[in-house]
Design a protein around this ligand. Sequence first.
Ligand code: NOJ
Length: 765
Amino acid sequence: MKRFVNYLLIAVAIAFSGCVKKAGEPAAPAANVSGQEIEKKVDALLAKMTLEEKIGQLNQYTSRWEMTGPAPGGDENQVLQEIKSGRVGSMLNVTGAQATLEAQKLAVENSRLKIPMIFGYDVIHGYKTMFPIPLGEAASWDPQVAELSARVAAKEAAAAGLHWTFAPMMDISRDARWGRVMEGSGEDTFLGTQMAVARIKGFQGDNLASTETVAACAKHYAAYGFAEGGRDYNTVDISEATLRNVVLPPFKAAVEAGVATVMNSFNEIGGMPATISTHLLRDILKGEWGFDGFVVSDWNSIGELIPHGVAANKEEAARLAITAGSDMDMEGACYITLKEQVEKGVVKEALIDDAVRRILRIKFRLGLFDDPYQYSDPEREKNTLLSPENLAAAREVARKSIVLLKNEGGLLPLKKEGQRIAVIGELAASKDVPLGSWRASADPNSAVSLLEGIQKAVSNPAAVTFAKGPDYIVGQRAFQTKLQYNTTNRQGIAEAVAAARNASVVVMALGEDCFQTGEGRSQTEIGLKGLQQELLDAVYQVNKNVVVVLMNGRPLEITRMAGTVPSIVEAWHLGSEAGNAIADVLFGDYNPAGKLPVSFPRAVGQLPLYYNHKNTGRPTGDENVVFWSQYNDQPNTPLFPFGYGLSYTTFSYEELKMSSETLAKNGTLQVSVKVKNTGSVAGEEVVQLYLRDLVGSLTRPVKELKGFEKVMIQPGETKEVQFTLTPADLAFFTAQGKWEAEPGDFKLWVGPNSAEGLEAAFTLQ
Ligand code: NOJ
């Protein structure tokens, strides 16, 4: 992300003293203020506010020095004046202890009521120390890992003066063409919910007022991942049942976990843009679920109601959005029209009061009224960012996110000595790509590259040769602009082939540049771009001992690769410590245990692809007959299924037992299975439990994940894993529009992924 001149720094020449905490010390959390006390304070403040000041709280502007959306118009000096007059409630993209301190002073020292601004930023997978992209982290199937990375990210962000992260993204994504697949936990609602809740806990901790935590934001509400054709910002048209059963559960769980804020999605659902969906915002979020935080629009999503064709102008857009329950206007400059509309009686002031109350409530909870500068401490920032313990956590999370997809003939793990290793591919030497998209304030080129990781791990770095191969990206690589791939210049292939010929083993990094994924990065093809496949073919021809290390932010179409090379390691974009973490796995210092949080397709034409699909009236049967719900040129099944991942050891599943064959209405069902490590090294296995409701009032998925447990098992050891099911685990949004479990027969599987497992059956009474 290119830095623009920080107009705040230039425009403000204020000297500071006395507002900085003692060097490096986190501020003591504000005294535990009860909810009631906060409500009283909110009411008292609200009573003092003019209409203009109230509307000011609903406005959020971006700093011009870093932009995460289309450039705003308007005059920068105007924004400064607005801040000073108390007409800006929040800013995004102002970062760093010094800059936030100065910006906050503008608001607090100049405005009549001295209401602090809340500073938000996209701290998606780290602030300065980068963790794996969320999709990769979800492959750990370990909520504790997600909580840890969010905790570290919050600590760093809060030390840099931020109060609020626009994360976690909890959109379920079934279509790998969509670039934002990288930002969520994949295709499954159950896994996605566990990871989202863990991230919220990590960001917010137990006390929002602590200077080591930030407010989280459940986004994008709702169904953004269901954009037609996987094209970003595109139309969504899904049923209420899909909305309730698949899309909304993570958001509901987020509200139950106390998430402070929620962000609208850009899309419409069935003709209604989410930003003005009374059904989503007032009925469900604030009504049914009792959410008491505030809703922020997405970047100009209120202004975009005009091109959506539901509002004729900004006034109408503002009126529709505030009425539906969107509380803060991100970079839309629409809500500033509300003053006149309230004065004319077109918009009720009570609507404004409700939105302001919600925003003030979160500001009080963050402790901003106790000390508006408590987060902005340059000394603490210096001591916190990129600290050795943060980097150690990043390495730990990164290696837990790696998935071993193929390892024929036990080519992996590699030996640290006695092997000549050829490391091939531009991505292998990149210190930037592993940082991933949505990299917050990461320093460019600051990751440990795969090449560096390997060189550090082996006993003789001179036995490692590197050949870049042909260029992958030509021209500029940037967050905001389209990438161009080299498809013509083959220079470098011959050198790579020569290196492979002389090596005992080849480690090739292939996949995606990090800016190939993320917002606005939809693709019609999801295979290897540029000359990567050609390079792989040429190398494989001279040396069959190829380990492919994939770096990518979405499931890739790698059918051809999977049919040839013996070993494939899925290494996503793993963050600051990527190279070290991958080397840990390649050389067996860490036994990989990750499992795919998304299905990998055989062909892009299978998309959307997800394991928990419906059966249809014509499930696949005799594949030589056409009258089934199937493709004529490919099987329906994925190349690698959801939940799949190998280890350097092997596991067997035995003795699936249930406490009963029936589950009573208020009862519980105990399920147990024995998992044996049948290999020769210790390893972790993610034991997965899936259910199928055989007959429902609405059609039900062929399988649904309902539990998982990660267990470490020593060679030869058998561990019993237990799950407890209750009718609540079987509940869904029924034809009657109720969330309940319907009596009847269920199938159950416990196994290593969504396509395998031991099977049993029970009846819900
Ligand atoms: C637009 C993105 O959709 C959203 O996720 C992000 O938080 C905002 N821009 C702010 O950068």
